[in-house]
Ligand binder design. Structure first.
Ligand code: SAH
Ligand code: SF4
Length: 382
């Protein structure tokens, strides 16, 4: 139940909760208890928070709520991948994807409904931009997924060896819909809760922000909350990157690489992960690999090659498995650790770049820009 006066506690920082509790004469440790009930036990009912005083619980019930975005669809893939579609109002929807592996469980979450960056290989980019998510909506995806997984029969097997609080979801990646660093303040609030020992208690190494390269915000993140960083490189030179990641026109490679080096001074890992989508005939020639190796001389990095996940409107093709293997080999032979991302959950359209397929294009961007991929292909130098 929500009303205009009801305060949603889910996205509140420890300080905001402490202040709220103080209004009712509560000590700071009450705020921490409340945090643990919400984020560790995933409780949204105040009357179940049995170690809180009865009159405090009554105040909370009268004025507050714990509200994640409402889930409208759940898909479970044959490989155990789960995808949830969340309704965030005004016919906006975002998605979160859970990927179980033997030694870890990774949740991929969204930061915006749509995205302004408009990369031509990304279905989120095709939607145009709808709005930024709030901290409650971002952390709410983690809250919801954790609660669902704690109740799932296979949950006991996932992430054995992790502490109880991190057992089911041991890693979070901000690689869903949207550009996290263009929704900085709300994303920061969510990241701080992910790391908070009274909330999700994840280490900075196990939380990854993926960015298309918003240089000034990379610097701020390094100061405010230096989690692991993945940078969507996708092209080894400005001419091609301007087309594949249009934000490159604002923050070209020389600035992006310098920002990566500044970030590394504070990062929890001693390398940046460069994501590189493999697009047939666009960015997958040997020459591109050699250019990437030049970049690797400037920044300590690893490459993560992502086979392109096609969607109908893109007009683009995935590089062949053979080409991906050869490209990876060139990079490895050049001395840079290179991995190829396994495609998971593609039977439920939960793979990278396929999110929110059902509600795509409400802003009719395809009608306004029908030939984006065609333009891209035509501009490719011979
Ligand atoms: N906006 C951020 C984070 C979300 S996108 C960013 O761009 O980094 C997360 C990753 O999915 C990025 O590396 C992005 O390039 C990749 N991606 C987008 N569309 C894809 C597609 N169709 N196939 C494979 N990967 C895709
Ligand atoms: Fe936005 Fe990332 Fe998709 Fe590019 S790849 S349009 S930055 S979500």
């Amino acid at each position: 139940m929500s009303s205009i006066e009801t305060t949603n506690l889910l996205g509140m920082s420890p300080q905001q909760l402490t202040e709220l509790v103080a209004q009712w004469g509560g000590k700071p440790f009450r705020a921490r208890q409340l945090q643990r009930w919400m984020h560790q036990r995933c409780t949204d009912q105040f009357d179940l928070m049995t170690d809180l005083a009865r009159d405090f619980r009554e105040q909370l019930t009268a004025h507050c709520e714990v509200r994640a975005p409402s889930m409208s669809h759940e898909h479970i893939s044959a490989d155990g991948t789960r995808k949830w579609l969340f309704d965030v109002g005004q016919s906006n929807a975002v998605e979160a994807v859970f990927i179980p592996e033997d030694d870890r469980g990774t949740l991929c979450i969204s930061s915006q409904a749509g995205c302004t960056v408009a990369c031509p290989f990304c279905s989120t980019g095709y939607q145009g931009f709808n709005r930024n998510l709030t901290t409650a909506e971002i952390i709410g995806q983690l809250w919801f997924a954790k609660r669902a997984l704690l109740q799932a029969p296979e949950a006991a097997r996932i992430g054995e060896g992790q502490t109880e609080n991190q057992r089911v979801i041991s890693n979070v990646v901000m690689m869903g819909m949207g550009e996290p660093l263009l929704n900085y303040d709300q994303v920061l609030g969510a990241l701080l809760l992910m790391l908070d020992d009274h909330a999700y208690g994840l280490s900075r190494r196990r939380v990854t922000v993926s960015t298309s390269g918003v240089v000034p915000m990379m610097d701020r993140l390094a100061q405010d909350c230096p989690v692991a960083l993945a940078v969507s490189l996708h092209a080894p030179n400005d001419a091609l990157r301007d087309r594949l990641v249009p934000l490159n026109k604002k923050y070209p490679l020389v600035e992006l690489l310098a920002a990566c080096n500044r970030y590394l001074q504070r990062a929890p890992r001693d390398f940046i992960t460069f994501e590189y989508i493999m697009l047939d005939g666009i960015n997958d020639a040997d020459q591109h690999a050699y250019e990437l190796l030049e970049i690797a001389k400037q920044v300590r990095c690893k490459f993560n090659l992502i086979p392109f996940n096609p969607f109908p409107q893109s007009g683009l093709k995935r590089s062949s498995a053979n080409r991906v293997r050869q490209f990876a080999q060139l990079l490895s032979d050049g001395g840079v650790v290179t991995t190829v991302r396994k495609t998971r959950g593609d039977d439920i359209a939960a793979a990278c770049g396929q999110l929110a397929g059902d509600i795509r294009d409400r802003t009719r961007i395809q009608e306004r820009m029908p030939a984006r991929a065609t333009i891209l292909l035509k501009q490719e130098p011979a």
